[in-house]
Design a protein around this ligand. Structure first.
Ligand code: FAD
Ligand code: SIN
Length: 524
């Protein structure tokens, strides 16, 4: 397949969730030419779209110091204090100026017209703003409306980034190998025309989201394959904290149902974790915080109760603790989803289990979103600023995407040039060696194999034996997949599979190397 198309812009942004879209809008408002690409056909599709509980704003008598204390406590002593302070100092103001004032996101209000503030696990006070239980949808619709109509933004949907362009790897000038590692864009797979195109840019921002799809059970949508992390790793960037996979304590459990998230906000409203007979148990594990303890503690407590009582799930009891009217008005989407499977959350106990939810690690970035590769930035779930440490505090993730989307944009605006940018004719056209059409059956089986390995051996509770086995199996699978990738015509699923096995190895190695139990990394 020969490359026949070429895009060029000041900034290439890979990913249209909260981090990528925020950066795009600020850069485009300042007059830069921005290309935003997303692998989804619908640019709304992202983890951002599915966020439920909300985004941190300001509680009554709240302060940066109070928020910082909660973030650091949840992060189990492993947070980057400088990054946490930036989040606390800048975050609430950006919620106001970008989401509320610029984009008019309609967060819920209380009877007096003030923003309604919810509390979630690990927060000392209510400080989270929300749009019922579908906050991400409200935010993402507003962001894409602005991105899609901005004259300085070219939005390419159904384009999957394959690999980053670095002169030292890709320039036809062999002497470029002596230059510092720098990014000048990416190869993109256009799913509609079935071609690989080149996108060059002075600056590139990876905002490709998390890795939940590595695990059999996850709250994340299908696109959460961690493509950006694998791409950055292949190009030589530093990845850190990869062992810290956060498992959300409460996802809906029924054999044929997907793992629908049951927002932590329901426990914020008073719901409790119980056994089938209605007996609560979190008071035995976290006497002070009980059902609102940080997520790692709640998820492991559920795991332990399931083993102790030999049951496949525990339950969330909303109806004994929250008036039915309030359940219906506050959680209409969760209620609708569960009703499809015969459970009315305003009347019934809700069967729940933990599932993979959030990647606390990622591409190392500094406080301005710069990675270890020149002119390559990362923001949002794909990046690791150190804000979340070993375990993320609820509702900090959307805020981190907003803050670092904004900070990368501000940094790029001050440093617009890239001396390593080469002319497109100096970059070889994409050459697809493979002639075989990808067999979807093989891809699906390999993906399922990775998800089972990760769930069973690198899940909520890990041990040396399981990690060793996982490393052996994943390495041999990667050899197989790399061969398959070389002989097969590229497509979106194949790109994802290759990235997934790389990321699975990155996570497993990190879990193997760290034998200290911290936050959401737990070894028996
Ligand atoms: P995403 O929003 O995931 O966007 C990633 C983008 O990258 C997408 O556009 C995707 O198509 C694109 N992409 C990926 N790979 C490629 C590729 N190879 N080529 C091109 N494009 C690519 N956090 C909170 O703070 N509050 C909440 O209430 C909350 N609830 C959540 C509920 C659920 C069910 C889930 C799954 C997560 C929740 N989170 C919540 C976490 C939060 O939603 C995410 O961490 C955050 O939205 C990530 O934003 P992002 O911009 O980094 O990535
Ligand atoms: C939730 O609503 O429980 C998810 C919140 C989050 O992941 O921050």
């Amino acid at each position: 397949m020969m490359m026949t198309n070429h895009y060029d812009s000041d900034v290439l942004i890979i990913g249209s969730g909260i981090a990528g879209a925020t950066a795009a809008l600020l850069l485009a408002d300042a007059g830069l030419a921005v290309t935003v690409v997303t692998r989804s056909k619908d640019p709304h599709e992202s983890n951002t779209y599915y966020a439920q509980g909300g985004i941190i704003y300001r509680g009554k008598n709240d302060s940066t110091a109070m928020l910082t204390e909660d973030v650091m406590r949840a992060g189990a002593g492993h947070c980057n204090a400088e990054a946490v302070t930036i989040l606390g100092d800048e975050g609430p103001e950006l919620v106001k100026s970008i989401l509320i004032e610029k984009l008019n996101v309609a967060f819920d209000q209380d009877k007096s017209g003030e923003l309604s503030l919810a509390r979630e696990g690990g927060h000392a006070i209510p400080r989270i703003v929300h749009a019922t239980d579908a906050t991400g949808k409200a935010i993402q619709i507003a962001l894409i409306r602005a991105v899609g109509t901005h004259p300085n933004i070219q939005l390419l949907a159904a384009h999957t980034a394959i690999d980053l362009l670095t002169p030292s790897h890709h320039s036809l000038n062999r002497l470029a190998v002596y230059e510092p590692l720098a990014c000048i864009g990416a190869y993109l797979f256009d799913q509609v025309s079935d071609r690989v195109v080149l996108c060059t840019a002075k600056k590139t921002l990876l905002a490709t989201g998390g890795v939940g799809q590595l695990f059999l059970r996850t709250t994340n949508p299908a696109g959460a394959r961690g493509d950006g992390i694998a791409m950055a790793n292949r190009a030589g960037a530093r990845i850190i904290n990869a062992e810290f996979i956060q498992f959300h304590p409460t996802t809906f459990y029924q054999s044929r149902a997907p793992h629908l998230l049951i927002s932590e906000a329901v426990r914020g409203e008073g719901a409790r974790l119980v056994h089938a007979d209605g007996t609560p148990f979190m008071q035995h594990y976290a006497p002070e915080w009980q059902d609102l303890a940080p997520r790692d503690i709640v998820a492991r407590s559920i795991h332990e109760e399931m083993i102790k009582h030999d049951v496949p799930n525990v339950y969330l009891d909303l109806c004994s603790y929250i008036p039915a009217r309030r359940i219906k008005s506050h959680f209409p989407n969760i209620r609708r989803s569960c009703l499809q499977y015969g459970i009315d959350i305003s009347k019934d106990l809700v069967p729940v289990v933990p599932a993979a939810h959030y990647f606390c690690g990622g591409i190392w970035v500094d406080t301005w979103g710069r990675s270890t590769i020149g002119h390559l930035y990362a923001a949002g779930e794909t990046a690791c600023t150190g804000v979340h440490g070993a375990n993320r505090l609820a509702s900090t993730s959307l805020l981190e995407g907003l803050v670092w989307g904004s900070r990368t944009a501000r940094h790029i605006l001050k440093h617009r040039e890239n001396p390593y940018l080469v002319h497109a004719s100096d970059i070889p056209p994409w050459c697809d060696e493979g002639s075989v059409t990808a067999d979807p059956g093989l891809i699906a089986q390999d993906m399922s194999y990775i998800r089972h390995i990760m769930w069973n051996y690198v899940g909520l509770v890990r041990n040396s034996q399981r990690l060793k086995r996982a490393i052996r199996e994943l390495r041999s699978l990667e050899v197989e997949i790399e061969h398959f990738y070389r002989v097969t015509r590229v497509n979106d699923s194949l790109i994802g599979l290759r990235n997934m096995v790389r990321n699975a190895i990155i996570v497993t190695f990190a879990a193997w190397e760290n034998n200290q139990n911290t936050g959401c990394h737990f070894r028996e």
